[in-house]
Design a protein around this ligand. Structure first.
Ligand code: DCP
Ligand code: MG
Length: 355
């Protein structure tokens, strides 16, 4: 790798939704709690605090199973608006450090602090400051990883969770990666890990003994990525401005909508708001329409279809199909459009100018 090593931070809140609930109700602090849908609605766990994790409770687990593992689990229904507000406060702290922030979800972001001169340029000191400020201003602990690349910073933030701070200096990279199990690598899920295991590859050290060709043969394009990651190579930049890929609006209802007819009534005002938003974005060319439905048990479903116009009739049809997947009361409805990508637009205009 040429040039000065970069300094990347990855910050991720600890048991985020649950942490907000514990902050706002101290009685929940030392008992196992989970945020999610109830058993009567066949709900799932969105997240749980660390005492609940000690019982084996995990995100995305059916609530019924979570209660079998931990009968004293306190179930909280969740309040996305409050989580969104805390997220905004935390993202604001990130932006006080650097404008180079890439949010990945409500509770995590990459920061490129290579050029930050405060804190004598020490990324470790910056990470300590972030943690302290987040705790002081929001009452939430975050875990931070510091490393010369995105994938290592992300692994590092997870290394000593909760309330962790793990620093991988450029000098540490080699030793750190050598011992790293391959399933820690970005993009390696259970299927890829199993395939690697069948090849006798458990750690990055094992992976490094393989030349690139057989990896390409077995994993296609991802083989190159595996080859690079095993050597600590990850040049992805922290991207602040993403190309806008979609325009959408959504509403969480105070009271769940009981049936399809109620959803259909709620759909039209949403489509109107969407039309206003598409207009404000200067009527970009559309590729697809989509609909998003969150049911009372917290499960989420979405559905899309190709269309160049935001047709209410098509949205109605998507809604019917999406709703019938669970046929339950609905807590959130969203409608949106996917935009024709800038690349595709450029190709289209080339094509048109040729004609
Ligand atoms: N979330 C969800 N459903 C999932 C996973 C997560 O609704 N299957 C929500 C709840 C989490 C939040 O997203 O609080 C952030 O996700 P994380 O994966 O960062 O998990 P946590 O912050 O809860 O825990 P950790 O301490 O492991 O980061
Ligand atoms: Mg988190």
């Amino acid at each position: 790798m040429a040039g000065t090593p970069r300094k990347i931070l990855h910050a991720d809140c600890d048991c985020f939704y649950a942490a907000v609930e514990m902050r706002d109700n101290p009685a929940l602090r030392d008992v196992p709690i989970a945020v999610g849908g109830g058993v009567d609605q066949r709900g799932v766990i969105a997240t749980c605090n660390y005492p609940a994790r000690a019982f084996g409770v995990r995100s995305a687990m059916p609530t019924a199973r979570a209660l079998r593992l931990c009968p004293d689990l306190v179930l909280v229904r969740g309040d996305f608006e409050r989580y969104r507000e805390v997220s905004r406060q935390i993202q604001a702290i990130f932006h006080e450090l650097t404008p180079l922030v890439e949010p990945l979800s409500l509770d995590e972001a990459f920061l490129d602090v290579s050029e930050v001169e405060h804190f004598q340029g020490s990324a470790t000191w910056m990470a300590q400051w972030l943690k302290a400020e987040a705790l002081k201003r929001t009452g939430i602990t975050i875990s931070v990883g510091v490393a010369p690349s995105k994938f290592l910073a992300k692994i590092a933030s997870d290394w000593e969770k909760p309330d962790g701070l793990t620093v991988i200096t450029p000098d540490d990279v080699d030793a750190f990666i050598t011992a790293l199990p391959v399933n820690c690598l970005h993009g390696v899920g259970p299927a890829t890990a199993a395939k690697l295991e069948s090849m006798g590859i458990a750690t990055c050290e094992d992976l490094r003994t393989w030349p690139i060709e057989p990896l390409l043969e077995r994993f296609g394009k991802f083989g190159k990525r595996l080859f690079e990651l095993a050597r600590g190579i990850d040049e992805r930049e922290v991207r602040t401005h993403r190309e806008r890929k979609s325009v959408s609006v959504e509403t969480t209802f105070h009271h769940d909508l009981p049936d399809l007819a109620a959803c259909q009534d709620a759909l039209l005002p949403l489509i109107e708001r969407l039309a206003g938003r598409i207009e404000r974005h200067g009527h970009p060319p559309l590729d697809k329409l989509f609909i998003k439905v969150r049911f009372s048990d917290f499960t989420l479903t979405s559905l899309e279809c190709p269309s160049a116009i935001p047709s209410p009739a098509l949205f109605q049809r998507l809604l019917e199909q999406a709703w019938s997947r669970a046929a339950q009361p609905v807590r959130l409805l969203g409608v949106g459009v996917r935009l024709v990508s800038a690349d595709a637009r450029r190709q289209l205009s080339l094509f048109e100018s040729d004609a």
